[in-house]
Design a protein around this ligand. Sequence first.
Ligand code: SF4
Length: 339
Amino acid sequence: MTFLSDLLAGPDPFAERVSVSLMTTYACQLRCAYCQVLRRGVHATKKVIDDTISFLERSDSKKLELKFFGGEPLLKFNLMRYAVREAQRRLGKTREIQYCLVTNGISLDAAKIRFLEKLPFLVVFSFDGDSITHAAFRADAAGRARHRTITGNLKRLINSKTDFFANIVVSPENLPALPRNLRYISGLGVKRMQLCYNGAVLWNGPDIMLLVKTIAGFLGSPAGKHISFLNAAGESEPVALKTDMITDTDGRVYMDGAIFMERRFPGARKCFLIGKIYELGKPEDVRFSRREHLRRWLNAFTCAEEEKIFISTLKAGAALRRLFSGSGKGMNAPRTSAP
Ligand code: SF4
């Protein structure tokens, strides 16, 4: 497949900042229609947090990142606070450490934003647009959209000093609503967005074309003029080839797609296991290259449908990459992931 050789051409785009995610908890208030994280009812322990900080400490890099992923990490805010306190104590004086919180926004109240403001935090705020979209795709266990609470917290975040961007999930079925949702989100005052095309569904050629046309149209519109997309940063696309590591709640380290795509790709966990965190050396010595990552993906599929879906999302990513490389909307931003 020529497009795959093109995607793998050149050196691996390992970021200067060495990043490790922590699966803080599998619990979440929402039941997003596209969620691929399996409910396991478990949370990280202080021992796993300590081991994750030790793993980061073994890196040679001066720049490090500890990322809080879930589920909803803010449901275990005390654990998050513990992790930050320990990371600051052990690494704060010798390394430049950044924290990243991937959140659905429901619990991001004023007190928590005050906590984040005092630290070098980047918040990935999952937000798909208006209340109709949230009711259809991001309702809670009782079927409520929680849109008013989430939007209120997003506005509070916008008015704070905390660095953030909105992570917008789009599937082929809600593509027609994307222009409306992009305008809605930029109308709230969001300036940075990441478009997360659903990696668990098939993207056919016309869908990919519509996705690209929609983004191009938005970027050319008055509402899109001041918006940057993180998809445009460096080698961000296709997201399916990114090589981020995550520590699970039991202290096993995986390439992160194993966990956040587990429902759709049940074979991924076995293929993307790196090892037990306390047995591993430096993060930069154990992470996979993109080529190795792709090889493992191709071994992870349990049926032909999974392979079709995966290849289609690579094509969607490659199309976005072409769009952004010509849009002049590139930006220096951290490579990051979100549910
Ligand atoms: S996608 Fe994220 S916010 Fe939605 S249910 Fe899954 S973990 Fe929760």
